[in-house]
Ligand binder design. Structure first.
Ligand code: SF4
Ligand code: SF4
Length: 353
């Protein structure tokens, strides 16, 4: 994944315990944490039990999953701030509100300041912890690019973590914000990236390669169309005109798959099953920085997608479809003619001795 040669550091692996400080107190529905519990490749259990060879010990502090509550739960946050958890990965779920425009209140917070009794805002936690984090992960489209809470006309001034920290911001391990978009983020994308970062911090893997929107390249390098199990129908100019009709391409029903970077059609949603257009739902572009505003109304056909579909439908698509089906029917759907009973060998075999 990295372009330069990488040499693992075995000694370092044995030394570190990587902590994951996981905030769900952006403007968030906790959906990314909940989705992550269904990951299988790797599972959260694989990570916290150190089941994968070569990986360091990983301790996850997540409010949706923790047994601890109140001050006991918050202790890890204060320990991270005090430099007692080193290294730690800060995971932020939910978009970042603009507390400079919160009027007399606050938009989002977690824990109380012991001196004032007032909530500690999400902005303040990010300000306290990000400068000390070895890696920072924005999880879900709200945290990566703002998502639904950052739609036009929202009152909170919500934004993604790279908008808040800066797109050129770097962690103590010299990594930019690592973005795992999706609404929610695909579960295995979440756990795989966390495992990768733990291996990197332990000296066992190179820095992750990210694209221009700070997404891991190996996860977000393909479009939905390029991984969709309906793509063959599009190529043949075969498009669905109503929901639930059959397996044809959904672009005329509003699917934005041709221009969306997402591996869900390839990876599925859970244990390899599902995947939006694979199972009949249009792609609404939930992994994209322009989501949702630039893709609405979701169920309207995109004019360029529609134009491309019309070209396929009324030009080469029917010819390709006709020729393929003809070849299948006349040639490839039939056995070779020598496979039959009889006294003579008709396979063309010739003795060589
Ligand atoms: Fe919830 Fe989606 Fe936002 Fe995640 S990205 S917090 S799943 S709305
Ligand atoms: Fe989101 Fe589209 Fe990917 Fe489904 S296929 S998760 S709607 S980007």
């Amino acid at each position: 994944m990295a372009t330069t040669e990488f040499v693992p550091d075995q000694a370092k692996t044995e030394e570190i315990t990587a902590h994951v400080i996981w905030m769900t107190t952006g403007l968030s529905c906790d959906g990314d944490s909940v989705a992550m519990t269904s990951a299988v490749n790797p599972s959260l259990e694989d990570i916290v039990t150190q089941a994968i060879p070569g990986m360091p010990k990983v301790v996850v502090h997540n409010p949706v999953l923790a047994y601890e509550v109140g001050a006991e739960f918050m202790q890890a946050w204060y320990d991270a701030e005090a430099g007692k958890l080193d290294p730690f990965v800060l995971v932020v779920e939910g978009s970042i509100p603009n507390e400079q425009i919160n009027g007399d209140g606050y938009w989002a917070g977690m824990g109380d300041d012991p001196d004032t009794g007032q909530p500690i805002t999400t902005n303040e936690w990010v300000d306290r912890l990000a400068p000390k984090a070895a890696a920072v992960v924005a999880l879900g489209t709200c945290a990566t690019y703002g998502g639904i809470p950052a739609m036009k006309n929202n009152p909170t001034g919500a934004m993604g973590l790279p908008d808040y920290l800066g797109w050129n911001w770097k962690s103590t391990a010299n990594l930019p914000v690592v973005c795992i978009p999706g609404c929610p983020a695909q579960p295995d994308n979440t756990t795989e990236t966390l495992l990768y970062l733990a291996l990197h911090l332990a000296g066992r893997a190179p820095a992750p390669e990210l694209d221009e929107a700070l997404r891991p390249k190996w996860l977000f390098g393909r479009t939905v169309r390029e991984g969709c199990n309906r793509a063959g129908f599009a190529e043949q100019g075969d498009f669905a005109t109503e929901y639930g009709s059959d397996h044809r391409c959904l672009v005329k029903l509003g699917c934005k798959g041709p221009v969306v970077k997402c591996n869900v059609p390839v990876r599925g949603w859970q244990s390899g099953v599902g995947g939006c257009p694979n199972v009949g739902g249009i792609c609404m572009a939930c992994t994209m920085p322009g989501f949702p505003d630039k893709y609405m109304p979701f169920m309207d056909e995109d004019k360029w997608g529609g134009a491309a579909a019309s070209i396929m439908k009324f030009s080469y698509g029917p010819i390709v479809r006709y020729m393929r089906h003809r070849h299948i029917r006349n040639e490839f759907d039939k056995e070779p003619e020598w496979r039959r009973k009889g006294a003579a060998l008709t396979t063309g075999y010739q003795k060589r001795w």
